[in-house]
Ligand binder design. Structure first.
Ligand code: ADP
Ligand code: ZN
Ligand code: ZN
Length: 733
């Protein structure tokens, strides 16, 4: 019998699906999109089941308006994985599915390659190139960009060239547009390009052979010090996969997706490589997504969201820098791409390789207990030498914008030798606070429990939590004094200070403020590599994955905050940053030096890092976590809630606590902590509280939450506060 009712998941924040009648002339499929009426709107939905019965009265059910797909959006196993994600992360199925779709599909566009528009010069345009363009700067820019060949429309958008400029040039008959669909070519012959490859060392060879000879699912931790040739190992693991006609997925952290990285894959293989990241426009994203699904691409490289790309035939997953925090999504579907990737590899029965110089403690634990295979690269490849590390005790020393005299002297030595110096400070802006010298009043955000950061370059004070800003205040709002002083040092001030201390050298700052414009980070990194700057200042943005062979001195200016943080992961993060940063120095033949400025040189974490290794630190830290019953020795869920009234939020979370504690599944191994005010107790005018649930096992957490969540949603205050669940949170703020 033909089904009469379609069950549809919609992108709405409700843990349920909706029934629609199937009109006679429409043929929806499970896993395909439909458009349906919802209240007064029309929404795109996804069919999850075709049935003949509904718990609703048939006369109340509305019919489907349109069927949008003739084949499912996702292959079956990925569709199953998305269902798993929805359950594991306690996130509504409809929203989970729509989160995983390219936005073109979310908007109901056809799941077909979209036409790409590019531009080229006409014959008279070429003639005009000789004549010049007078004062029409933008027009000249377009013409010169086209000189070497056709250019994608998107590139003009990226360069902020308006369509009216293009239109004028078309009217002059100097340029013309070209429309094309991506060509799908068969890439399965001669997958490896004819390029020079390094001779593998023994550890690399073992790692490659282990993965390449295995069958089916297996999870491998590739623990390799920075510069040990992990990428070379990935390339060798991908090769046989491509040769067997399967595809490879390579995940990289947000900041690691540089043209350098992409080019290493493109140069090595004769297969189409597609890149998926948050900067793509709708069309580009859809095309990249389809080329993976339809086997037009052999390799997909991408950031977190690329994990949910469908593949015709996925053969291997690589997660580079697997410890990186950007793999965890911090809003909506709060998934951890590394963890879900392991699940995906399991469902697809393929190998997954997690690579890092500084594995997350969770991952290392899994390797140490034998759940994951452990592959180790212990030496730097090629001729790089390890760095010498030292702690610089700054107790009692005068700090000039955060710099101690011994550090300044050290910098001078390295700079005079013609090398580059890199300084890390994890604080943007000029200064983290603006204070009254007379009474101690500090300029505070009205909407948050936080101080304003002083930004000298843009002449404003800005809240880094809610984004509000205002012109610099010149008078104390407490006592009226005009003697306001800045407190603390940010990257902007450091930059300022360094150009005074070292006027003969060029300084560049890399942080979120200085790299706001698209492409600016890339051009800054290129300029650094070309030696245009000698002093590099940055937040941790600068720490990851970049090769700067002329950097011989790296300094971390202020690590004390991480030594005494309330977040139990702070020490792990500092250790990872330290090792990554040390990996920036001395990559070529020049020996590197790493300096840590601190008031606590005796701190055991620093000592472990300096004299021993990351592994030594990690094993000690795992011992501590075990004693404290923290992850990976327990499993956490963080309930966050916020509202305009503090008492309401606290009361809601107290009810949540009672609900959990009264639940039959709640046993002596479960624990609830809180409610407590969030570390940032007020943000953008909302009061924020949290509650932490701890269990002994993952399945326990799953069962308890799945069963308690409906009851929580019915609590009297549940509709008055905004609340979310963060399963296995990475960030407790
Ligand atoms: P990682 O990803 O571990 O930081 P890379 O793969 O980027 O390391 O390798 C660092 C450098 O060493 C690269 O320039 C790479 O070409 C080179 N390299 C890798 N393996 C070898 C090898 N076996 N012999 C010589 N050089 C190598
Ligand atoms: Zn604020
Ligand atoms: Zn004052």
């Amino acid at each position: 019998m033909r089904p009469t009712i379609a069950r549809v998941a919609l992108p709405v924040p409700l843990d349920k699906q909706f029934d629609y009648l199937i009109p006679n002339h429409l043929f929806p499929i499970i896993g395909g999109r439909v458009s349906v009426p919802f209240g007064r709107q029309t929404l795109v939905g996804l069919v999850t089941a075709l049935v003949n019965e509904s718990e609703f009265e048939l006369t109340k059910i509305k019919p489907i308006k349109q069927v949008l797909d003739s084949q499912p959006v996702w292959p079956e196993r990925l569709y199953a994985l998305l269902h798993w994600c929805s359950q594991f992360y306690q996130y509504p199925l409809g929203e989970t599915l729509f989160n995983a779709m390219p936005s073109a599909l979310r908007k109901g566009k056809p799941a077909d390659f979209a036409t790409l528009v590019s531009w080229q010069l006409t014959a008279s345009g070429r003639d005009q190139l000789m004549q010049g363009f007078g004062r029409a700067v933008k027009q000249a820019k377009v013409m010169h960009m086209l000189e070497a060949g056709s250019v994608a429309h998107q590139e003009f958008i990226d360069q902020e060239i308006s369509s009216s400029v293009l239109k004028t040039l078309v009217e002059k008959d100097w340029i013309a547009s070209l429309e094309s669909k991506p060509v799908i070519r068969d890439w399965h012959q001669d997958v490896e390009a004819n390029v020079d490859k390094p001779k593998l060392n023994a550890e690399q060879a073992v790692a490659i052979a282990t993965v390449n000879s295995a069958q089916g699912f297996g999870c491998y931790l590739l623990e390799g010090v920075t510069g040990s040739g992990k990428t070379e190992v990935y390339l060798n693991m991908i090769k046989p996969v491509l040769e067997q006609g399967a595809q490879a997925l390579v995940l990289v952290p947000e900041i690691g997706l540089t043209p350098q990285t992409i080019n290493r894959f493109k140069r090595r293989f004769n297969v189409p490589v597609e890149v998926i990241h948050s900067g793509l426009n709708d069309t580009e994203r859809l095309n990249a997504w389809l080329s993976a699904r339809d086997n037009a691409a052999g390799i997909i490289i991408g950031t977190r969201s690329a994990l949910l790309t469908p593949f015709a035939k996925l053969g291997i997953i690589i997660v580079d820098e697997e410890h990186d925090a950007s793999y965890k999504q911090q809003d909506s579907l709060r998934y951890h791409a590394r963890d879900v990737a392991v699940m995906r590899a399991n469902k697809e029965q393929i190998p997954i390789v997690l690579g890092s110089a500084t594995p997350a403690l969770e991952t290392l634990h899994n390797a140490l207990v034998g759940k994951y295979h452990h592959l180790v690269l212990s030496a730097r490849a090629g001729n790089a030498t390890p760095t010498t590390n030292k702690v610089l005790d700054v107790k009692g020393l005068y700090l000039e914008s955060g710099l101690s005299a011994p550090l300044i002297a050290e910098m001078r030595k390295h700079l005079n030798a013609g090398n580059q110096v890199m300084l890390f400070l994890n604080r943007r802006g000029f200064s983290p606070a603006l204070m009254c010298h007379e009474c101690g009043w500090i300029a505070e955000c009205q909407r948050c429990d936080a101080y304003y950061t002083y930004h000298q370059n843009s002449s404003e004070i800005r809240c880094h939590h809610c984004g509000s800003q205002q012109p610099i205040i010149h008078q104390c709002q407490g006592c009226g004094s005009t003697h306001l002083v800045t407190v603390g040092v940010g990257t902007e001030q450091l930059e300022h200070q360094l150009s005074e201390l070292f006027p003969e050298y060029q300084t560049i700052r890399i942080d979120r403020d200085s790299t706001r414009r698209k492409g600016s980070l890339e051009s800054a990194l290129t300029a650094i590599r070309h030696g245009e700057y000698q002093i590099l200042i940055g937040t941790q943005m600068l720490a990851k994955g970049h090769h700067f062979p002329d950097v011989t001195l790296v300094a971390l200016l202020d690590v004390d905050g991480s030594l005494y943080s309330s977040d139990f992961r702070a020490s792990e993060r500092l250790a990872q940053l330290f090792i990554q940063v040390a990996g920036r120095a001395g990559r070529a033949s020049k020996p590197g030096e790493v300096v840590l400025q601190t008031h606590h040189p005796e701190h055991s974490l620093l000592q472990a890092l300096l004299s021993k290794s990351y592994r030594h630190f990690a094993e000690t830290a795992l011992e501590e976590r075990k004693v404290a019953q923290l992850p990976p020795f327990s499993f956490l869920t963080l309930f966050r809630a916020e509202a305009n009234q503090s008492a309401l939020v606290e009361e809601f979370l107290r009810q949540v606590r009672h609900t959990l504690e009264a639940h039959p599944l709640f046993d002596q191994y479960c624990q609830v902590l809180g409610p407590t005010p969030a570390p940032l107790a007020k943000r953008a005018g909302k009061f924020r509280w949290q509650l932490l649930l701890q269990t002994q096992s993952r399945p326990m957490m799953q069962k308890l939450l799945a069963s308690a969540k409906p009851a929580i949603a019915l609590l009297p205050n549940a509709k008055k506060v905004r609340w979310t669940l963060d399963i296995e949170p990475q960030d407790l703020s």
